[in-house]
Design a protein around this ligand. Structure first.
Ligand code: CA
Length: 223
């Protein structure tokens, strides 16, 4: 039997047409093999754990459990598997949350299939890759040097952690011990958006979880 050296890929994507399109495009490449696909994160996680792919293509906008949560869960049992987050450029909060979730690459869904195949190979070899448009969104979300939050002009409320007004609002709820669902209800946003805010806050505050964020916020007089 000839040993296959294909890169084994799992696709997690709820939109059937995108999923089928990705599978067909990738399977035409002799170096790649789509070994499974899932339309939701729960099923995807099971297949990832059982089949141990080399690379995962993870859509971020998934029902029930979103792609960012799924990436965090994958990282609980595998540090080695390479994860490519598939994202849409019009969802800035999602892009920022994705950047802190532990994926190896961030691709826009309208990426050219041949380019995607190259990205999969590079990522499989240990490289990281961020779609230039995603990188642009991420850079825009970093406050400019004349931002008062950076200069400390609003130090009483803002310290030097460059949170947006919205994020400060979310942080106050975090300090009150509220869950993502409760925060979403308070702010009249989706739970997905509330989670994205929390991810962004944790990243900016350089903490690992919401408890640490709350402790740091109180300690530094941020709320
Ligand atoms: Ca989707």
């Amino acid at each position: 039997m000839i040993e296959t050296k294909s890169i084994r890929v799992i696709i997690v994507e709820d939109f059937k047409l995108t999923r089928v399109g990705l599978r067909c495009a990738l399977n035409t490449n002799p170096d790649l093999e789509v070994i499974a696909e899932s339309e939701d994160a729960i099923d995807g996680l099971k297949k990832i754990e059982n089949l141990k792919p080399d690379v995962i293509l993870m859509d971020l906008g998934l029902p029930e459990m979103n792609g960012i949560e799924a990436i965090l869960k994958v990282r609980e049992f595998s540090k080695d598997v390479k994860i490519i987050a598939l994202t849409s450029h019009d969802r800035e909060e999602e892009v920022r949350a994705a950047l802190s979730s532990g994926a190896n690459a961030y691709c826009l869904k309208d990426i050219d299939p041949e380019k995607l195949a190259l990205v999969i190979k590079d990522v499989n070899n240990g490289a990281c890759w961020i779609d230039p448009i995603v990188a642009d969104i991420a850079l825009k979300s970093i406050p400019k040097i004349d931002d008062p939050a950076i200069l400390g002009e609003n130090a009483v409320n803002h310290t030097k952690v460059p949170l947006t007004e919205r994020e400060f609002e979310v942080l106050k709820h975090l300090v009150e011990g509220k869950s993502n669902t409760e925060i979403a209800e308070e702010l009249i946003v989706s739970v997905h958006t509330a989670k994205a805010h929390v991810c962004s806050i944790l990243q900016k505050m350089c903490v690992n979880d919401r408890v640490q964020a709350a402790v740091k916020a109180v300690k530094e007089g941020m709320v």
